[in-house]
Design a protein around this ligand. Sequence first.
Ligand code: ZN
Length: 168
Amino acid sequence: MSKDYFFNFEKLTYVKGPKPSGCILCLIRDQAPGVVDLRVYSDELFIVAVNLYPYNPGHLLIFPARHIEDIRDYTPREEERLNRLQRFILDITDKLHHPNGYNLGYNMGLTAGASIAHLHLHLIPRYPRELGIADLIAGKRVLVEDPRETAGKIRRMIAQEPFSITTS
Ligand SMILES: [Zn+2]
């Protein structure tokens, strides 16, 4: 079992000093100074990062290095890579967090609930007896792991079992 504990987001400062302007996912891609690096994987096409405000331990974002805002803008090469990367990340998350299931999906367009225009796939592990969304909204304290700790664990697992960008 993963080590869960009550964690107060208000104590976590992701950005030190003046808030950098621009697309947060492009800033993460570019490793912009002042942006806390929650990336766990990157190649020339995709980046995987722990969500800044995880819904659950292990909540990840998979996003293209290119700033695109619509899944129809994926090239065939990106689609092929994404398919295998999703499988790889699900296997890693299974081993690390042992969830009962997942929510996988996009919020495409700001009116659909996407807070970031840059296309990103949410990968949210689901657990038995987790807090409901109402509890998360009502309370300041939510049951999650520090996202920096999650990122460290996933990086170590990927270092042991690297993702192969080639199909062979
Ligand atoms: Zn962007």
